[in-house]
Ligand binder design. Structure first.
Ligand code: DX5
Ligand code: ZN
Length: 217
């Protein structure tokens, strides 16, 4: 079990002040920071990679970091990411030919491993990996950008996973906020990524608190 519930995404925060923005979110009660790594190939956008995460870690020595690897070659970035003392390495299975081997390499590097699937990827594709992964991420938007509309149809995948794997860590990511958290909690998600709804708020602490209260119930 990964004991962390609310993990704001910094994608739409002021990336030129990532350390201050991240610290603000932690001070506002975030359990972890969700760092969106994009390579411009797997998704039509670029953000940052392990060099920036390493600098961020120097400024924030202990916080729980999850890197959401929206990259074509997730195996390539395991070692440099582990060097940044990232705790959770979540990668997309779509471009991979040997998911179990990548999972093992992530765990051998000392990180927990999450498997992410895009909206058009069937939840059946992750069933065979559930015993080796530490968490499953159900994307509730097409990856690449923050501030998109929540895809409510994805709750069917979360509900199906929760009913078949009661103790599995299930994360949702994309368009999650106070208006969509209820259905995420009802479906059984227990790890919540929220970007714009938190970083765009004048009171991130109250948003994070409300998200956590809803998930608990
Ligand atoms: C999208 C990212 C998400 C996104 C979440 O590709 O993986 O983490 O930043 O941001 P919101 O909550 O604004 O959709
Ligand atoms: Zn993400």
């Amino acid at each position: 079990k990964i004991h962390a519930q609310i993990g704001p995404s910094i994608l739409n925060a002021d990336l030129s002040r990532l350390a201050e923005e991240s610290q603000k979110l932690l001070d506002a009660g975030a359990d972890y920071i969700h760092l969106d790594v994009m390579d411009g190939t797997f998704v039509p956008n670029i953000t940052f990679g392990h060099p920036l995460v390493k600098c961020l870690r120097k400024n924030i020595p202990n916080a729980f970091f999850e890197t959401h690897m929206m990259v074509q070659e997730p195996e390539k970035w395991i070692k440099p990411t582990a060097d940044a003392e990232v705790q959770l390495y979540t990668f997309h299975i779509e471009p991979c030919t040997d998911v179990p081997s990548i999972c093992r390499k992530v765990q051998e590097a000392g990180m927990k491993v999450g498997l992410a699937i895009k909206p058009n990827t069937s939840v059946n594709t992750v069933v065979e990996y559930i015993d080796i992964a530490d968490m499953i991420l159900i994307m509730t938007v097409e990856p690449g950008f923050g501030g998109q509309k929540f895809l409510t149809d994805m709750m069917e995948k979360v509900r199906w996973l929760r009913s078949n794997y009661p103790s599995l860590d299930i994360e949702v990511d994309g368009g999650v906020g106070l208006d969509t958290i209820e259905q995420c909690a009802e479906a059984g998600a227990n790890m919540i990524v929220s970007g714009t709804a938190v970083t765009g708020s004048t009171d991130p602490k109250s948003v994070i608190t409300k998200l956590r209260e809803t998930v608990k119930n």
